[in-house]
Design a protein around this ligand. Structure first.
Ligand code: BDR
Ligand code: CA
Length: 311
């Protein structure tokens, strides 16, 4: 199985991504690292533990990482995810304890201990933990197999400003370091994730599953959808973060291009923009596989199958 570390700020769509990963035999989740993003760190690490407990996989360690971006103050998204970050269903307080080690130390230690090129990082929130680990222990950079992240947008532009997607916008300095690291990167931007829209039928299928995870997924997507309908006037909740797990398991369901992507950190109106050289006009070397399309039905079939296999 492909070893991964999920770095996350749950978040309803993060929660679905975590469940999907834990249900997938193709992946071995070495740990889950929380970062400040959708809500402050105290809530993202708590939510991560709640989701792990819901999945029944209490063997998965959860670590708390950075509580604020590298060079800016934290911007959160309670307007999207609710006050708890995981509104939609009330989950019990987790019995699973938070690991004492800092998430950044866990990332560094794991990359040092595991054979070179065997660990993939899967960031689902701002890139603060990843960039901090790279800064503190640059020798681990060459040991990372790949980074498969949700973030950015190009043709679909932004969701937090006209030019920027939330995860990149919150910590553009961290994103810049990660995109300049030389690690192979797969980017699941809004261009792709806005195609992963839930349908009413799919949500009802989840609600009807004879387990506890299916109905939880339905409640989260209901909450998430209410937000997006108001904002975008379209039905369905975009399952941004689960697209990363989908790509890891079934890359054939996705299409994109190997291109150069630079992160704007100083724009007057465009800070946090992923400037994607889709038409390859700059001559700058490719540093990312930028996904633009996905097979929606194939993706949701895969997700349903995985959620159905959980407790
Ligand atoms: C991203 O921002 C968060 O609100 C979601 O969890 C997702 O990771 C989408 O822009
Ligand atoms: Ca997220």
């Amino acid at each position: 199985a492909q070893k991964i570390i999920i770095d996350t700020d749950p978040g309803q769509d993060d929660a679905v991504a975590i469940l999907m990963a834990l249900a997938s035999p193709e992946l071995e989740v070495l740990g889950i690292t929380a970062v400040a993003g959708n809500v402050p760190l105290a809530l993202t690490e708590l939510n991560a533990r709640k989701v792990v407990e819901l999945s029944g996989r209490t063997d998965i360690p959860v670590y708390a990482g950075c509580d604020r971006p590298i060079a800016r103050s934290l911007v959160t998204a309670e307007n999207v995810h609710g006050k708890s970050g995981l509104d939609g269903i009330e989950l019990p307080a987790p019995t699973l304890a938070l690991q004492p080690e800092h998430a950044v130390d866990f990332i560094i230690d794991t990359l040092r201990q595991q054979p070179e090129g065997t660990v993939t990082l899967v960031p689902l929130g701002p890139l603060t933990n990843i960039a901090t680990a790279f800064q503190r222990a640059p020798e681990i950079i060459g040991r990372v197999a790949r980074i498969v992240l949700m973030g950015g947008a190009y043709f679909e532009v932004g969701n937090v400003t006209p030019a920027a997607e939330f995860n990149i916008y919150v910590d553009p300095e961290a994103a810049r370091q990660v995109f300049a690291s030389g690690v192979p990167i797969t980017v699941l931007p809004l261009d792709a994730t806005h195609q992963a829209l839930t349908s009413r039928e799919w949500i009802e299928t989840m609600r009807a599953l004879p387990n506890r995870c299916g109905p939880a997924v339905a409640s989260w997507t209901d909450f998430f959808e209410r937000f997006d309908k108001e904002k975008y006037g379209s039905a369905g909740a975009p399952l941004h973060d689960p697209c990363t797990i989908g790509w890891l398991i079934r890359p054939d369901l996705f299409e994109g291009r190997e291109i150069n992507v630079e992160i704007e950190t100083q724009g007057e109106f465009t800070t946090g923009m992923t400037v994607a050289d889709w038409w390859r006009v700059t001559g700058r070397p490719a540093n990312a596989l930028f996904i633009r399309n996905l097979d929606r039905d194939g993706f949701f079939d895969l997700l349903s199958e995985r959620i159905a296999s959980l407790p």
